[in-house]
Design a protein around this ligand. Structure first.
Ligand code: PPS
Length: 411
């Protein structure tokens, strides 16, 4: 939430230093108010918000190039999707008062299981940011651009972009003038084929924040995550991705990954994996039941996201970035490493704020709450060695694609 009174904000009321003695009670009240502000306002809130933002109510055909941090565009709900961009707002017509819904200025788009949840939560403490929320089952994640089919087009965005804007908190005119921005987190945008293309079509100047974690650890974390959601099952001695949708009762849709394609079938007698992830099952899955067990060159291959989940393939970041950069300019993509973020969150957030051009906010330790990681048996040494070798060529590509070094610990 935007905090009401901001310490060190030049716009906050200040007591007069000298003046008429008859104003003493007023000065005392002002001093008391200042003390209250200092006690009640977060002690660490230091924000230089810069100049006030001007609101510019535009016509649908106005060029979208005028936006920056000193001008905020308000577009009509009847405008086409091509008339909007990141940070643009529409009037919230459902409310009696004048409120606005603003499209995000940046998204936390991945990678899944790389502390995207922590980063999104930490940023909620920033007084100039408001976070978008998802549906009932998934309030923390919006999942708009990955909800379309692979060949979705502008027509599909046209129908739904206003409902996307509704995912963001209603802001007052004052919020807009202060420069409050919105953001959202959907960690699968990076790995879904259609997401970067659609996002770039609707919000050409939107920034991306992508956190990358050692793909070996990410894969094990993702395996555990999907087990918690009942998405893996055992058929015979093989571990497959399963789903119950679309099959007769007591049958499961089983996705088998073959070297060249995915196969799916409705199968009986599937034992859904539950509980803590089992290192032996992970080993079997990695070696025999996913693309990691085949000689498929997923490194140079263009990303073909969507389809059955495959926790190993999802860590082949290089191909995902190749796709992303086809649609999004590098200057708008901010890559963070999980290992840096968890070691020095305040330092990483400092740099991120300046990269995004946000008013600088000093995060206190209490703003950076660490979620307890779930305990699970460690990965087998042989699985780690197998995955490390598997990802090695992909990491060489990633370094080339990102044009920067990767954390030592990944190699
Ligand atoms: N601050 C901090 N310190 C250490 N580890 C952290 C932190 N924040 C998140 N995590 C770990 O990140 C994993 C969850 O990542 P995500 O939030 O991106 O998950 S999700 O994609 O939203 O489901 C999950 O990893 P695993 O525990 O290995 O599964 C979290 O424990």
């Amino acid at each position: 939430m935007l905090r009401g009174i901001i310490a060190n904000d030049p716009r906050s009321p200040r007591p007069e230093k000298h003046g008429n003695p008859r104003n003493k009670p007023r000065r005392l009240a002002a001093a008391l108010a200042t003390i209250l502000v200092m006690v009640l306002a977060p002690h660490n809130t230091q924000v230089d918000a810069g100049p006030r933002t001007k609101l510019e109510v535009t016509t649908c055909d106005a060029p979208t190039t005028t936006r920056n941090r000193t001008t905020r565009r308000v577009v009509g709900t009847k405008c086409a999707s091509t008339a909007v961009d990141a940070g643009d707002c529409i009037r919230d017509e459902k409310r009696w008062s004048t409120r606005y819904r603003c499209l995000p200025s940046f998204v936390i788009g991945g990678a899944q299981k790389s502390a995207t949840g922590s980063l999104a939560k930490w940023l909620e403490n920033h007084p100039y940011l408001q976070r978008g929320i998802g549906g009932k089952g998934h309030p923390g994640e919006v999942h708009y651009f990955d909800s379309f089919s692979r060949n979705a087009s502008l027509v599909d965005l046209e129908r739904t972009w206003r409902s996307y804007a509704e995912r963001f908190p209603a802001l007052s005119e004052n919020d807009l003038k202060k420069g409050v921005l919105t953001y959202e987190k959907s960690p699968s945008y990076l790995r879904f084929q259609q997401a970067p293309r659609l996002l770039a079509s609707l919000l050409p100047s939107c920034a991306w924040i992508l956190i990358l974690r050692n793909p070996v650890d990410r894969a094990y974390s993702a395996f555990a995550h999907h087990i918690r959601h009942g998405r893996f099952g055992v058929v015979g001695d093989r571990v497959h991705t399963v789903e119950q949708k679309g099959c007769p009762d007591h049958r499961f849709k089983v996705w088998r990954l073959t070297p060249t394609k995915f196969e799916d079938a409705c199968v009986k007698n599937v034992r859904i994996l539950r509980g803590a992830s089992d290192p032996a099952k992970f080993d079997a899955y990695v070696r025999y039941d996913t693309v990691a067990s085949h000689h498929v060159d997923i490194v140079g291959e263009r990303w073909k996201g969507g389809g059955p989940l495959d926790v190993v393939r999802d860590g082949a970041y290089a191909s995902q970035f190749m796709q992303l950069y086809e649609f999004v300019d590098r200057s708008r993509v901010h890559v963070l490493f999980f290992e840096d973020l968890i070691k020095n969150p305040a330092g990483v957030l400092d740099k991120l704020q300046s990269a995004l051009g946000l008013p600088s906010f000093e995060f206190a330790p209490r703003d950076l709450v660490v979620t307890k990681s779930r305990s699970r048996p460690p990965m087998l040494t042989e699985t780690r060695a197998f995955l490390r070798a598997f990802y090695a060529p992909s990491l060489v590509s990633l370094r080339r694609v990102l044009q920067r070094d990767l954390p030592e610990a990944w190699m």
